[in-house]
Design a protein around this ligand. Structure first.
Ligand code: FS2
Ligand code: SF4
Length: 518
């Protein structure tokens, strides 16, 4: 096996024996073969219109290879079989050799991998949008174009052009998902979220898929079962059409890497709608359920029927059987806080744009930081907690994705009635952050790079890759990135990124804050 797609890759280089994430060599090799088959599907579709099924298989095949999504060799085989069926319907084509994916000149491997990993990330967003009935032709076509490109030779310049083109397409895909989520559930509003788990039966729902949450809320309505979000599902509390359910009670635990500790002997089932699933420990594995493209051998999987409906009865029965905690159970955040606040997506922030602009003009707000991205297990990630703690009182922290659990329970006070930490949502809500930045640059009549705004990003998996490529394609410079530089950036590719875009690996909070604030 060879896999270097995530931040925790072995030795900071590559997993070659087994994945640090728990992915076996068998599954890694099958995922490579699946990727080769997706290139084959893209080749077969060249000059033709792929069916809706072919598009969805392209998306789901890519999504299934994202870190911490699918560990089940049989499910990967089954996906590949279906993809090849669709490929044959399109007249057939040769698959790309799976070993060729990671072989060749180190710079070319780096560029090809960056594109492939970005496309995998975008597939997750396209999946969430299509289950809500939203597709975009340009985005769909680009999956095929991009996967064909993966199987071809290109010069360094051509690869860089492809990466920038992809960045723009991913912005479209994030816009599509934003449209899908907000048209289905309304625009998020600021919402306080409790971390106290009330006594009685409950279900924990993890991952990013709001449609799955909605179906679960409907099926548990009036049944005496409370629903708690976990990880990236936290921002769901801000959506009017989801928060209206009184049994959507609060949030359970922190970010994904703590699940093996937090789920220990949990008296409730946990439903994983997407990443980040870790191999479950025996003391709770009977309580983990998967759905959509998530998979792990031995876990109960809830499939969708032809119309996309899912019957969550096994999860509901498990919740009633386990019964929940006998008394209210407090699950404080990393810093001891028991109340979180979310819902500061673009509509809310732009709704108070006048206030924000005024605060900048009067100097009440000196600087904005977007401290966002993935969480992970590395100790170096304390950087993000310390960074936020050390930001001066006249600065605002916008955040998104699961990295926020490092600091979202801190009480940092307010500026002019606005909290100093504003949770904009999930990783895909980077779209909201981009819209806010563009609106501010318009209001101040300056380039985005001239705004008093610095992006301090943490990465872990491939959605961070697609977002980074979008930011670069938009010309956003001087992004801080950590906790480490991706293993798939060769030293030459990294040099280009540093030179062209001013990308900066994080150092220490003290040093970086000093450099940013002068
Ligand atoms: Fe966190 Fe994991 Fe959101 Fe990533 S829950 S690292 O998938 O996409 O962010
Ligand atoms: Fe290793 Fe990450 Fe790949 Fe898992 S996803 S095998 S941890 S590089």
């Amino acid at each position: 096996m060879f896999c270097f797609q995530c931040e925790q890759t072995a030795g900071g280089k590559a997993c070659t024996m087994a994945g640090v994430c728990g992915k076996s060599a068998l599954v890694a090799n099958k995922q490579d073969a699946l990727t080769g088959a997706l290139v084959g599907l893209a080749r077969a579709a060249s000059g033709k219109k792929p069916s809706r099924r072919a598009v969805e298989l392209m998306i789901d095949g890519l999504f299934a290879t994202i870190t911490n999504v699918n560990f089940d060799p049989e499910r990967i085989d089954d996906l590949k079989r279906q993809i090849e069926e669709e490929k044959d319907k399109l007249g057939g084509a040769e698959n790309f050799s799976e070993t060729a994916l990671w072989e060749g000149d180190p710079d070319i491997v780096s560029l090809r991998s960056t594109l492939l990993l970005g496309i995998r990330g975008m597939a997750a967003y396209a999946h969430h949008a299509y289950v809500l009935g939203k597709q975009d032709q340009e985005v769909n076509e680009w999956f095929f174009k991009g996967m064909r490109a993966i199987g071809e030779e290109h010069t360094v310049e051509e690869w860089l052009d492809l990466l920038m083109e992809f960045g723009h397409v991913n912005l479209k895909c994030m816009a599509l998902l934003d449209e899908a989520n907000t048209s289905a559930y309304g625009h998020p509003v600021p919402t306080k979220v409790s971390t106290i788990i009330e006594k009685g039966p409950f279900i924990v729902i993890s991952g990013h898929d709001l449609h799955d949450l909605k179906m679960l809320l409907e099926q548990t309505n009036g049944k005496g079962i409370n629903i708690y979000t976990h990880g990236e599902m936290l921002p769901a509390h801000g959506y009017p059409e989801l928060k209206k359910y009184p049994h959507l009670k609060g949030n359970f635990g922190t970010a994904w890497q703590n699940q093996q500790k937090e789920f220990m002997d949990i008296p409730a089932p946990v439903l994983f709608t997407t990443n980040c699933l870790m191999p479950p420990k025996p003391n709770y594995s009977d309580r983990i359920f998967t759905t959509a493209v998530v998979g792990y051998p031995g876990l109960v999987h809830i499939p969708a029927d032809e119309k996309g409906y899912k019957d969550f009865t096994p999860v509901i029965e498990k919740a009633l059987e386990l019964g929940g905690y006998p008394e209210d159970h407090v699950m404080a955040g990393i810093n001891g806080g028991t109340e979180l606040i979310t819902g500061f997506a673009r509509n809310t922030v732009l709704g108070v744009a006048d206030k924000v602009i005024e605060a900048v003009k009067t100097g009440a707000i000196r600087h904005f930081f977007l401290v966002g991205g993935c969480d992970g297990a590395k100790t170096g990630r304390n950087y993000y907690t310390d960074f936020v703690k050390q930001t001066p009182a006249d600065t605002v922290i916008l955040t998104l994705a699961c990295g926020k659990f490092r600091f979202n329970d801190l009480q940092l006070g307010e500026i002019g009635g606005l909290p100093r930490i504003m949770d904009m949502g999930q990783c895909n809500d980077a779209y909201s952050a981009i819209q806010v930045a563009l609106a501010l640059s318009k209001a101040f009549n300056c380039d985005v790079n001239e705004l008093p705004l610095t992006l301090v990003l943490s990465w872990y998996e491939q959605k961070a890759v697609c977002i980074l490529l979008t930011l670069l394609a938009l010309g956003i410079r001087n992004i801080y990135i950590g906790p480490s530089v991706p293993a798939f950036f060769s030293s030459n590719v990294l040099s280009v990124l540093v030179e062209k875009f001013g990308i900066k690996p994080i150092s220490t909070p003290e040093q970086d804050l000093k450099a940013i604030l002068g």
